[in-house]
Design a protein around this ligand. Sequence first.
Ligand SMILES: Cc1cc2nc3c(=O)[nH]c(=O)nc-3n(C[C@H](O)[C@H](O)[C@H](O)COP(=O)(O)OP(=O)(O)OC[C@H]3O[C@@H](n4cnc5c(N)ncnc54)[C@H](O)[C@@H]3O)c2cc1C
Length: 489
Amino acid sequence: MSKSEYAVIEAGDVASWSAETAEADVVIVGLGCAGVCAAIAAREAGADVLVFERASGGGGVTGLAAGHLYLGGGTRVQKAVGIEDTPDDMFTYLMMNTPEPDETKIRLYCDESVEHFDWLVERGVPFNDTMYKGKHVLQMTDECLIWSGNEEVYPFREKAKPAPRGHKVAQVGELGGAKMMECLQAQAESLGVRFVYDAQVHGLVREDGRIVGASYRVYGEEKGSVRARKGVILAAGQFTANDDMLKEYLPEMLDEAYTRQFSTYDDGAGHQLGKAAGGALKHMDGALVTASFYPPERHIKGILVNKEGKRYVAEDSYHSRSSLFTTQQTDRAGWLILDEKTYAADPPMWGAYPLVDAFETVEEMEKALEFPTGSLQETMSKYNEHAAKGEDPDFHKGPKWLTPLDNPPYAALDGSVGQAVYMAFTLGGLDVTIDGEVRDAEGTQIPGLYAIGGCASNIAQDGTGYSSGTCIGESTFFGRRAGRHSAAS
Ligand SMILES: Cc1cc2nc3c(=O)[nH]c(=O)nc-3n(C[C@H](O)[C@H](O)[C@H](O)COP(=O)(O)OP(=O)(O)OC[C@H]3O[C@@H](n4cnc5c(N)ncnc54)[C@H](O)[C@@H]3O)c2cc1C
C-alpha cells in the first residue's frame, strides 16, 4: 500500500490522552450500518461505547444504498408471501456463488439469517410483507422481497432450490439504506451510545502488542488519543474513493469508463489502520461492477454477443455477473441483440446501453458491427432453433426468457465498457475471524482489533458471485458479532 496518513503509535509515545472523550470499553471507527450494529450489540452487552464518525452525521455509503439485505432461510417476509426457503438452500447457493467461500462464516450467516432479520425488526428497521415480482435492479416501490442474485440461473438453480432473498427496507425508491440508518441510530442513541462527529480517526494506539486506543482529530485539530478498554472496531467502509489504493489493487477502476460509487470518506481508512497494525488484506481486487441492461425485463430475452459474434453468458444472470463477463471479452466489448418483439424503446434506467442502430437483417447488423462474416448469423440461428423448443444447450438460460429472435428489425445495444454506464465499488477488506477479530498474514489475531463492513472481508468477494444485499446483510450481521465479542473480551 502506498504511503498512508494512518498509523499505529505505541502507548508510551502518546502525546496526550484526550480530555474530551476520556475512555470507553469499545471504540468504533465509522457510523455506517456495520458500526451502528456493532455499537448497539456492544451496548446491549453492557459496554460503554464511543463512536467516532468523520462526517457530520452517520450514514456513510449505507445512506446512499437502496437498502437491500440478503437474508433467507424462512424470514417473516418470505413466509408471508408464500416463499419456501431453508438455511440449507441458502447455504448451498452462497457456497456455489462465492469464488473462495468461507464455509464457517456462510454456514453461520445462513443458520442465523432469520434471527438477524428479527433482530433488525426489533430495533426498529421496517420491512413490508410484500414482494416485487418483476426482474429489476431495485424495486422503486416499498415492496420488500426481490430476486436479487443468481438463484434462478444455471447451474445454481440445479443444486439449491431458488428463493428470492433480497429484503428491501420499507421505503419507496432508493432510500432504504438511509431509512435503516435513521432507525438504528435512534436505537443506539436511546441505549446511550456516545458519538463524536466530524472526528477523523487517524491512529491506533498499541500497548504490549494489544490495540488499546485510537487517536483522532476534528476539523484538522488534534484531539489526542482515547483509551479503549476492550477493543477498537474498524467500521470505516470501503476504499472506492482512494486513487492510490485503487492503483495498487484495482487499477481498472481508475478508468474513466467506470462511475465509482462512494461516499465522501471512502478512503480506506479502516483498511489502512488495520494494515498498519499488521492486519492482512483479502480479495482486494474484488469489486461490484455493473451495467445492467434490465429493466425493462424483456431485454433479458435478448442475447449478449462479443466481437466474435458469439454469446458468452446466460443473459438471465444477475446484472453484475453478466457485466463482469462483458468486461472479460475482447476489448471489453459486448452487445445486446434484440428483435422487434423484445426491444423496449423506453431507455433502461441503470446501465444505459446506447442503441447502435436498427437493422432489417442479421447479416446487415453483423457487417455494421464488424463481426466475422457469418458469426452472428450462426449464433442467432442456433439460438433461435433451440429457443423455439424452450432450450438453451449452451448457457441454459431459464425457459421463461427463451424466445426466438426472428422478428425484424433487429436492434443492437452497446454494452461495451466506455459505452454503457458501468458503476463500481470495492469489496475487499481486512482478513477477520467470524467475530471480526483482525488477523495478520499468519492468521493470528491482533488483540483488541476488530474490522467489520466495507473494510473487512467476509462473504462478498467479487461481482460474478454477488447478490444484492450481501454487503449490508453481512455488515450488519458480522457488525453485531464484533460488538458483542469486543464487549465480552
Ligand atoms: C450506491 C450504492 C448502493 C448500494 N446498495 C446496496 C444495497 O442495497 N445492499 C447492499 O447490501 N449493499 C449495497 N451497497 C454496498 C453497501 O452499501 C456497503 O457495502 C455498506 O453499506 C458498507 O457499510 P459500512 O458500515 O461498512 O460503511 P459505510 O456505510 O460507508 O460507513 C462507514 C463510515 O465510516 C466513516 N469513516 C471513514 N473514515 C473514517 C475515519 N478515519 N474516522 C471516522 N470515521 C470514518 C465514513 O464517513 C462512514 O460514515 C451499495 C453501495 C453503493 C455505493
